[in-house]
Design a protein around this ligand. Structure first.
Ligand code: PA5
Length: 441
């Protein structure tokens, strides 16, 4: 069975009684979330929890995807940044592997255009030059606000390449945005296909909407299994039986440590293909929890748990010395999988037999499991607090479960910290300044 396990009891570093106090303070908020889920729809700030079960929205997305999912499709150019791209890339990289771009045989591929980078643009231009017909390329532009500078700039440049090569390309452009945004209006006027994201759902909570699902389904990822995993996890994370409710437990553990001065949260993911998942979480936690607020005495206070991403085993050879020997201000969530597909095997009679006799005949999964086991022992020896998230396997379903868990964890954590998990006033601040510098009204 595909599962996502959570190990915390022995290693999280929070005495059970303390944990129960924090958990108890989430009772009312959990009940509120349960009501939002039971009511359905998109009236509350937390309504993104209803995305996985929104059959009407998903059948529309599926219907549009079916019209574009043709055997000739080679490249989906996903244009978007932040919440409009990180979730899609997290799932894509986790399932297709971090070296997908180098695989000359596996198509269709998603190419991500997020920041404004000439290198990426050159590669996209090369891809467009190399295709035989416009039906091999589809642009999926995602912008909730429709106002993000990088996204608009990337679109304008890539659109010109396509037009120069093929003339009229409006049938190769899909725009996902807020219905009613300026982008939606322009998209409709230009004859592009437009898909809406519910207005209340912010970018970093949108991976289970068209923002993530549409591109992923075009390249053959089982988005139904992804939604199923998210729906099942939604129920677990709204569970009244707290022993089952992993989001309440993980949020409470993080909150307890934050209160005692541990304000760095290291997501230590074992497997290079999981790095983008770590970066998706980094944005979710960073933008949702890093806030200014006014204290009871009227002072501005700054709240936030710093999310960092480490990759195993690479970063053991980079920052592990700091994690193990440096200041004790880090809480770690290890993310690993039970069964790797990492089956390359060392010869039973290796050349460097004197140096490597203990790995003779072992496959990479066995070797990395030994390294992982060693890390856990080292953490335990130093009483460094950690939890483990273990995928039985990395699949569309377990990834759906993971992202839904983390989005609910973030909502519970924001509630504990007393911050709004759904706005990003300081991001808006720099975006507005950028537009001014560029001379926009
Ligand atoms: O999560 C968020 O709200 C942000 O990261 C946005 O997704 C990001 O800034 C891009 O914004 P937009 O989708 O409006 O182009």
């Amino acid at each position: 069975m595909e599962t996502v396990k959570f190990n915390y009891k022995e290693t999280c570093g929070v005495p059970l009684n303390d944990l129960l106090v924090v958990i108890g303070s989430l009772k009312g908020y959990r009940e509120k979330l349960r009501i939002i889920a039971d009511t359905g729809g998109y009236d509350a700030l937390e309504s993104s929890i209803n995305l996985p079960v929104d059959e009407v929205m998903h059948s529309k997305i599926d219907e549009i995807a079916r019209t574009f999912k043709t055997p000739s499709l080679k490249y989906v150019v996903h244009i978007g940044i932040g919440g409009s791209s990180l979730g899609t890339q997290a799932i894509y990289d986790a399932l297709m592997g971090s070296y997908d771009a180098l695989n000359p045989r596996r198509y269709p591929k998603i190419i991500f255009a997020d920041t404004n980078d000439s290198g990426t643009i050159n590669v996209i231009q090369e891809c467009i030059r190399g295709v035989q017909g416009k039906e091999e390329v589809l642009i999926h532009m995602v912008s909730k606000s429709g106002m993000t500078t990088e996204t608009i700039a990337n679109f304008e440049i890539i659109h010109v390449f396509l037009k120069e090569r093929f003339g009229d390309v409006k049938d190769r452009i899909v725009v996902t945005t807020d219905e009613g945004s300026t982008l939606w209006a322009v998209g409709e006027k230009e004859g592009f296909t437009c898909i809406s994201i519910p207005k209340i759902v912010g970018g970093r909570y949108s991976v289970v909407s068209a923002a993530g699902i549409f591109s992923l389904s075009l390249v053959g990822i089982d988005t139904h299994a992804f939604r199923e995993g998210a729906s099942l996890m939604r129920e677990i994370c709204l569970e009244d039986n707290i022993a089952e409710n992993v989001a309440i437990i993980s949020a409470s553990v993080l909150y307890h440590h934050y209160q005692s001065g541990i304000s760095i949260h290291n997501n230590f993911l074992f497997g290079p293909e999981l790095e983008s998942l770590g970066k998706w979480y980094r944005q979710l936690a960073g933008e949702s929890l890093g806030k200014e607020k006014i204290s009871g005495s009227g002072d501005i206070i700054h709240i936030g748990i710093m999310p960092i991403v480490s990759i195993g085993s690479n970063d053991l050879h980079s920052v592990a010395q700091l994690y193990l020997g440096g200041p004790k201000d880090i809480f770690t969530t290890f993310v690993n999988r039970e069964h790797g597909s990492n089956n390359a095997k060392v010869s039973p009679t290796p050349i460097f037999s004197d140096l490597s006799h203990r790995i003779a005949g072992k496959n990479f999964t066995e070797i990395t499991n030994a390294i992982y086991g060693g890390v856990l022992v080292a953490y335990k020896n130093r009483a460094l607090p950690f939890t483990e998230v273990i995928f039985s396997e990395v699949s569309a379903k377990t990834l759906g479960a993971f992202v839904q868990w983390k989005m609910l964890e973030t909502m519970y954590l924001a509630h504990l910290l007393g911050v709004n998990a759904f706005d990003q006033p300081n991001v808006e601040e720099y975006k507005a300044e950028t537009r001014k510098i560029l001379g926009a009204k």
